[in-house]
Design a protein. Structure first.
Length: 149
């Protein structure tokens, strides 16, 4: 992979991360019950937002690891211990995302089965499957790179 393609992909990862951050900060103020609330009420009186922001740490660490991996690829340093470590951290970030998503899904299914939870469960399952794919691919490439080093 040449340097230009690696740089373009790194810019894409940064833009994706910025878009996720902006969405996470802007969306709670547009939600139905928070439309007329102050910023303090929106961000400090909702335990779900605190949980979501805590869970997003794994996402942002994972995107940083992808950014680092693309840098290693652009500099032809893919077969190094640093790239293996970045893949390992990426795998654990994906597993953490799975755990952070599975907990609220279990809560919705077990504690609140009478509510209409289909949309929330569908989004959660989509994120779970995506995180599983990322963790599997990261583990596969981590093993291959460990064999070559």
């Amino acid at each position: 992979m040449n340097k230009l393609l690696s740089w373009v992909l790194q810019v894409g990862v940064v833009l994706l991360s910025l878009a996720a951050l902006v969405f996470m900060l802007w969306m709670p103020t547009q939600e139905g019950r928070n439309v007329n609330s102050t910023l303090y009420e929106v961000y400090f009186n909702d335990p779900f937002l605190a949980y979501a922001y805590t869970a997003s740490i794994a996402f942002f660490i994972g995107t940083y690891q992808v950014f680092k991996l693309l840098g290693f690829i652009g500099n032809n340093q893919l077969a190094s211990t640093a790239s293996v470590k970045a893949l390992s951290v990426l795998k654990y970030c994906a597993l953490a995302m799975m755990a952070f998503i599975a907990a609220p899904l279990a809560y919705l299914v077990v504690v609140r089965p009478e509510d209409d939870i289909a949309g929330g469960v569908a989004m959660g399952l989509f994120i779970l499957v995506g995180s599983l794919v990322v963790a599997t691919i990261a583990r596969m490439f981590e093993r291959r790179l460990q064999r070559t080093i």
